[in-house]
Design a protein around this ligand. Structure first.
Ligand SMILES: [Zn+2]
Length: 373
């Protein structure tokens, strides 16, 4: 009477142990990982690039590093001519490199006060889409810089933008939104977590919001973006620069849970990710694994007429390699972006492939005609 029940509990204990072992082993043994040397063999997309020249140097270097790019226009001066000119360079780059360049247009706040602004903007976006734009970029001038004739700062949840987002959602065109700034922008220079933010805001005091307390807060900027997403659940949205939530994977996770049609690129914010990894590597690693379908690799690098192949080769390769080492190895690393050491995340190769390639196809509909890896 005793024996069978002992045997039963013994074998269920064995089964339990086996299940435990089976559950924990695949993560370490059946996953495959890339090495540093795989860098050139793995097909990659940098989804946030600004090449505003006819020169081939940038794309030559990109191809040497096995990178395709999304070349993006923006509205840096509230001038439609600048947007038009940048998008023209985007088109030239795509014509020259149809297999390795996708392009994103933008629109300008110039003429906002005029009644025809909306019609003109819709017509421009329509022609951009006809000319190959897969996405539309919104720049931080909306929310941070542009004021209407009454002096009111225009935020992205302004109802006047609604028809634009409705049209883009209907036509299945993504919005790449650089809205707000890193949270460091609202802190004094000595409290900023990364050297690149400290340099940028000491050189651009007009954008250093710590010095402009009368302007909207960091929270105001993020809240306006969130309200815009609430109004447009059908819009495919890529939050540029980690969606301005670069300082906390917890805050970012909350938004990604709330907005299923939102993803983020990591352009120009790897320093903040390194900084968070220094603080809690496991948490950051778990974030990238849990949200592996929602993050797009990007750098925000670019080129103009004065950039040569010589000047670009090292800058591009060093930046791309710095990030590759972070994602694929678990080496102890350092970067000029931060004054702390951090360890690489050593993500499984299946996750790396999503961040570097598949998510750009999914969220930006980039390189759709290419055969999947
Ligand atoms: Zn950019």
């Amino acid at each position: 009477m005793h024996r069978p029940s002992f045997q039963t509990s013994f074998s269920s204990a064995l089964l339990f142990l086996c299940l435990l072992a089976c559950k924990s082993q695949p993560a370490t043994e059946s996953e495959s990982y890339y090495s540093v040397d795989d860098f050139k063999n793995v097909r990659k997309i940098d989804t946030h690039i600004h090449i505003f020249t006819e020169r081939d140097d940038f794309m030559d270097v990109a191809e040497e590093n096995n990178f395709r790019v999304v070349n993006i226009a923006l509205d840096p001066r509230n001038e439609m001519d600048v947007v038009r000119n940048q998008f023209q360079f985007c088109q030239i780059q795509k014509q020259k490199n149809p297999e390795s360049v996708e392009i994103a247009s933008s629109f300008s706040m110039e003429g906002w006060d005029e009644p025809r602004w909306l019609d003109n903007t819709m017509a421009w976006l329509d022609s951009s889409i006809t000319n190959g734009a897969i996405a539309v970029k919104i720049w931080k001038n909306i929310g941070m810089v542009y004021r209407d004739k009454s002096g009111k700062l225009i935020m992205i949840d302004d109802p006047r933008f609604d028809p634009i987002f409705k049209m883009l959602a209907e036509r299945d065109i993504a919005v790449i939104g650089h809205l707000g700034e890193p949270r460091n922008c609202w802190l004094p220079l000595e409290e900023m977590t990364t050297n690149n933010d400290r340099n940028y805001f000491s050189n651009n005091p007009q954008y250093h919001m710590y010095q402009h307390p009368e302007l909207p807060s960091y929270e105001d900027q993020v809240a306006a973006r969130d309200r815009m997403l609430e109004k447009n659940p059908g819009l495919r949205f890529v939050g540029a620069h980690v969606g301005s939530l670069e300082w906390s994977v917890d805050e970012l996770a909350k938004r990604l849970d709330k907005f299923p049609n939102m993803s983020v690129d990591v352009a120009a914010r790897m320093g903040q990710i390194f900084y968070q990894t220094h603080g809690d590597r496991e948490k950051v690693r778990e974030f990238f694994i849990k949200y592996q379908d929602r993050v797009l690799y990007a750098t925000d690098m670019g080129a103009g007429d004065n950039d040569t192949k010589e000047s670009l080769t090292k800058e591009l390769h060093d930046t791309w390699m710095r990030d590759w080492k972070f994602f694929v190895t678990d080496d102890s690393l350092e970067s000029s972006l931060v004054n702390v050491k951090y360890r690489g995340l050593r993500l499984p190769s299946s996750v790396v492939d999503k961040i570097y390639y598949q998510n750009a196809r999914k969220w930006l509909k980039a390189f759709q005609e290419e055969k999947a890896q």
